[in-house]
Ligand binder design. Structure first.
Ligand SMILES: *Cc1c(COP(=O)(O)O)cnc(C)c1O
Ligand code: SF4
Length: 366
């Protein structure tokens, strides 16, 4: 009775209400899906180890009966998170190594990421910063999330080479507009910060968060870019489309970063449908990340061969800007993984097109 009442009180279009009514118990989850034995066991195993929570909106996209549903696999814990895998590490990309202050990670010459929070609307099972967002034992923050921001702003202000600041986390949009505006306006006041980027999965996990008021706030601080994270065509709902449209109408460029996930989107047809679906909502595909071998995430890792095969099926076959860059993130940075189609041998250069046809290219100096 009480649960039904709770569901009743949920105001579907209100993102705060959605957050308040997030699903965090097996009983709550049962209102949406037939929880499998493995899922139930994994939820128990998560106690004291991994966070999990699902917005009612995202739960509404789940298949009730199929535990292999791509939405379910991204949000509902599975026992495989607890298996051990060779070479898995909590931080294979070296965020902690490149951390300069409590929140600033400075890995590339002209841009930094600012880890705003460790909280998210849904704790994606495949999160690359799982140790920070989802793992109860392993937060990233050297100090606390509540610690003063002055050191972080001072770092950016005193490094004139930083022209691009990316707010990430966790999901920055978990904060309210007022707090975000404080952060963004402080960054805007630093003359060498040319662009501000936001990495957020809210358009996918809780699109109701993208309100007109929020977009109007962002608009005051342009140029603002937002990178989101659609992994599957079934995430492209009318609500998600509206959220992206609202951002775009307020001048915020929206791009997408997909993670290549075994059993979720590691087939050509799904990937094509995701990418063409994104173009239809005017979101530009940016990166296709090879899944990092992160502790608790390894079961989603595909072979590089698989990723290349998919890239081969995309490049040349579809609109050029529908095709993301296939990248692996390492402690040395992001490294492109797709196959070269421009080759050199002792006789000079030759090329190969998307159909596998080859041709010598003459007239290029060595
Ligand atoms: C991915 C990333 C960036 C941004 O890289 P782009 O290739 O410019 O999108 C910046 N800093 C860190 C630490 C990153 O992981
Ligand atoms: S929203 Fe992003 S940061 Fe949060 S758990 Fe999902 S992938 Fe990780």
């Amino acid at each position: 009775m009480e649960l039904t009442q709770k569901k009743h009180q949920l105001v579907w279009h209100d993102w705060r209400s959605q957050l308040q009514h997030r699903i965090t118990t097996v009983e709550g989850l049962r209102e949406w899906i037939n929880v499998s034995e493995d899922e139930e066991e994994a939820i128990k195993a998560c106690v004291g180890k991994y966070r999990w929570s699902i917005t009612p909106y995202y739960a509404s996209l789940m298949d009730k009966n199929d535990a292999k549903c791509p939405i379910r696999q991204q949000a509902v814990p599975q026992m495989q998170e607890f298996a051990s895998y060779l070479g898995a590490s909590p931080d294979p990309v070296g965020d902690t190594y490149y951390r300069k202050t409590n929140r600033v990670v400075h890995k590339y010459p002209d841009r930094v990421i600012l880890l705003v929070t460790e909280a998210c609307a849904v704790y994606c099972r495949h999160c690359t910063r799982k140790y920070h967002t989802t793992d109860l034992e392993g937060t990233y923050f050297e100090k606390s999330e509540a610690a003063s921001w002055e050191e972080d702003f001072n770092y950016i202000a005193s490094h004139p080479e930083i022209r691009d600041v990316l707010l990430t986390g966790g999901d920055p949009l978990t904060y309210g507009d007022e707090k975000l505006e404080l952060i963004i306006s402080r960054l805007r006041n630093i003359p060498h910060v040319e662009i501000i980027r936001i990495g957020s999965r809210y358009p996918v996990l809780l699109p109701q968060r993208i309100t007109t008021e929020f977009c109007q706030m962002l608009e005051k601080y342009h140029p603002i870019w937002l990178n989101t994270h659609f992994n599957h065509p079934s995430e492209i709902t009318p609500e998600a489309a509206q959220a992206c449209d609202r951002l775009l109408r307020h001048g915020v460029v929206v791009q997408n970063q997909t993670v290549l996930l075994k059993g979720i989107n590691d087939d050509l047809e799904t990937m094509r449908s995701l990418l063409t679906g994104l173009l239809k909502i005017r979101v530009r595909p940016y990166y296709l990340y090879h899944c990092d071998n992160v502790t608790g995430v390894s079961h989603f890792v595909t072979s590089v061969e698989k990723g290349r095969e998919i890239m081969q099926g995309l490049l040349g076959h579809m609109t050029g800007f529908a095709v993301p860059q296939y990248i692996i993130t390492t402690s040395l940075g992001k490294i492109p993984l797709w196959e070269e189609q421009f080759h050199q041998d002792q006789d000079g250069f030759w090329i190969e097109n998307y159909k596998g046809e080859t041709m010598r290219v003459t007239g290029l100096p060595d």
